[in-house]
Design a binder for this molecule. Structure first.
Ligand SMILES: Nc1ncnc2c1ncn2[C@@H]1O[C@H](COP(=O)(O)OP(=O)(O)OP(=O)(O)O)[C@@H](O)[C@H]1O
Length: 578
């Protein structure tokens, strides 16, 4: 049972807000209500920069300080222009005030249309784009749609300030107002919980089970529903009309997702962003990835999916589920493109590439590619937290089903970010998992039940298996193998080798400089995760607890057996104990 309101510092919190030890009671969590240091904070999509609540100014408004935004107010104004990172929930719409709308347009497009449209605006030229704006006193909304190749950005400003200097105009303090959707409001007052499935349909969860409230919002919404149905029927019947109908679906998606919808970009903009796809970062099973840049200078990675005439609905559902995630260990989806058969996803650029470069046989012997034990452990823990979030933390459980070192990207500080989840459904015609993995030489990360249902049902435990293999590989990359253990005529099954080492060195636990115990724990956790029977594998929540040492000394699991795909042994030659 949830209380009607919570005390938080010197104000009260009501639904849709809740406090951190009662997250199920609301949609937006406020942290630090009982803290004596600093103000309470609201979690936003960008986990690194929460909003600080300065005061509650009305029943549905807070005065906010956004320290992340404050930091971006650098003299290099071009880096300030990105959209606000609002709290994450599809059932609440947010507005901040006072605000100003800017327009950024790519410089390459010196079109007359742009010059005409922004004739009476001030402008500031950045590296690859130009920013157009008007001071609040002179601002009047244009009646025409903004030119192609330009996007609009809203940022808060100081009230009453008429400065023409952009930096003096902007403010990191603003009023945030929220409005709960009608469906969710009714649901909450009827004692239910607001949910949406991965088709963006609203559900009201009640005690007796999930009651689907299919668009009870009246004639307007009913009309939208029927137009959606018509769209889907006609997609099948008339291929010629497909493009137009896709557009309607996307518009509906964007409307349903409000603030949460990622930005949609035209293919022509994607081309500009990537400088005509000039810098290829790599190629995967779904398509190629190119380095690109947003108008504000932010670096991005653009994954251009292989051309497909497949179902646009699936694509949009996947975009929706990926965009609803927000976690430090998940790569952020910043936008997408969907124009007929052209589809692309825009992610945050990860300067250190994938974990593949740093571990296993791929890690070169050069100093910079070798990670220390502490860093390896932090990476393993980060990946576990990211997977736990995908399994437990989102409203819709997301299974990755293809975790491997290539899908773990590393940011500037070598923090791990999981990428490529939810994509499996995007490419139904993708060549079989087996043949692809054999070709890549990464066989071994896929859980046995994904190959054959004789081993059990595919579930979140299949990701646990892949995670186990991944951390064993991470340990393996830094572990030396005793040649006496290796039968020269056959490949060793690496987990069996590690298991043997754990047994042999059981007496030597927790000695030395700390690395033997870190290594030992990573191996034990890995071995638990790769148990053949999914039921014997821990959940990711438990894995996190095991790694954090919350469960005390770890018990050695039963020896993994049965499923032993070939894997090349590490190529070192001295022995080492754990
Ligand atoms: N956000 C990103 N930032 C930097 N590099 C990236 C980013 N996303 C992908 N890459 C790089 O692009 C390459 C291809 O990535 P992609 O995700 O398409 O393939 P994959 O994960 O190797 O394979 P698959 O898609 O078949 O699972 C990888 O080498 C990766 O390092």
């Amino acid at each position: 049972k949830c209380p009607k309101s919570y005390n938080c510092g010197n104000f009260s919190l009501e639904f849709p807000f809740t406090v951190s030890n009662d997250t199920d009671c609301g949609l937006i969590t406020v942290d630090g209500c009982n803290s004596t240091e600093g103000s309470p904070t609201i979690r936003t999509r960008d986990a690194k920069s929460p909003y600080h609540i300065l005061e509650k100014t009305s029943t549905n408004a807070f005065r906010i300080h956004d320290s992340g935004l404050q930091e971006s107010f650098t003299p290099s104004i071009c880096y300030t222009f990105r959209n606000m990172s609002l709290p994450e929930t599809p059932f609440v719409s947010f507005t901040f005030s006072p605000n100003i709308t800017f327009f950024t347009c790519y410089n390459q497009t010196a079109s007359l249309q742009i010059q005409d449209y922004f004739q009476s605006y001030r402008s500031s030229r950045c590296n690859i784009s130009t920013v157009y704006y008007k001071t609040p006193s002179t601002h009047q909304d244009h009646t025409l749609p903004i030119p192609q190749d330009c996007s609009s950005i809203q940022l808060p400003i100081k009230s009453g300030n008429r400065s023409a200097d952009l930096l003096h105009l902007l403010s990191a303090d603003f009023t945030l107002e929220w409005n709960l959707s009608e469906d969710c409001n009714k649901c909450h007052h009827g004692g239910g919980h607001c949910f949406s499935d991965n088709r963006n349909q609203f559900y009201c969860g009640t005690e007796g089970g999930l009651t689907k409230i299919v668009f009870i919002g009246g004639i307007t919404i009913a009309a939208l529903t029927s137009s959606l149905v018509i769209v889907f029927v006609s997609i099948r019947r008339k291929r010629a009309k497909a493009q137009q109908e896709h557009e309607k679906g996307i518009e509906l998606f964007l409307r349903n997702n409000g603030n949460l919808a990622p930005m949609r970009y035209k293919y022509s903009i994607i081309k500009k962003m990537t400088n005509s796809f000039s810098e290829n970062l790599g190629r995967g099973g779904f398509g190629s990835v190119y380095k690109g840049q947003f108008p504000d200078g932010r670096l991005v990675a653009v994954k251009v999916l292989n051309e497909s005439n497949g179902n646009g609905e699936d694509f949009m559902n996947e975009v929706a589920s990926i965009s609803r995630t927000s976690h430090v260990n998940i790569v952020a989806l910043l936008g997408f493109c969907f124009e007929g058969s052209k589809r692309a996803l825009i992610y945050d650029f990860m300067p250190n590439g994938s974990l593949e470069k740093f571990i296993g046989n791929n890690a070169s012997s050069s100093q910079e590619s070798t990670l220390g034990w502490d860093k390896l452990f932090e990476i393993a823990l980060g990946i576990a937290r990211g997977l736990e979030y995908l399994h437990q933390g989102c409203r819709t459980r997301i299974l990755h089903l293809d975790i491997k070192p290539q899908d773990i990207l590393l940011d500037k500080e070598l923090g791990p970010k999981i990428s490529d989840f939810g994509l499996a459904k995007l490419c139904p015609n993708r060549s079989s998992i087996v043949s692809m993995l054999v070709a890549r030489g990464t066989i071994g990360y896929i859980a046995p039940e994904v190959f054959s249902r004789n081993f059990g049902e595919v579930s979140y435990k299949s990701d646990v298996y892949s995670y186990g293999m991944l951390i064993l590989e991470m340990v393996g990359g830094r572990t030396t193998v005793d040649r006496r253990d290796v039968d020269c005529t056959s490949e060793i099954y690496f987990p069996t080798y590690l298991y043997k080492q754990i047994e042999v060195n059981n007496a030597e636990r927790d000695v030395g400089d700390g690395s033997p115990s870190v290594k030992r724990n990573m191996i034990i956790v890995g071995l638990w995760c790769i148990q053949t029977n999914p039921k014997d594998r821990p959940s990711m929540t438990r894995v996190v607890e095991m790694l954090e040492g919350k469960l005390g000394p770890l018990e050695v699991p039963p020896k993994p057996y049965l499923y032993s795909p070939p894997r090349a042994p590490p190529s070192y030659s001295t022995s080492e104990s754990f």
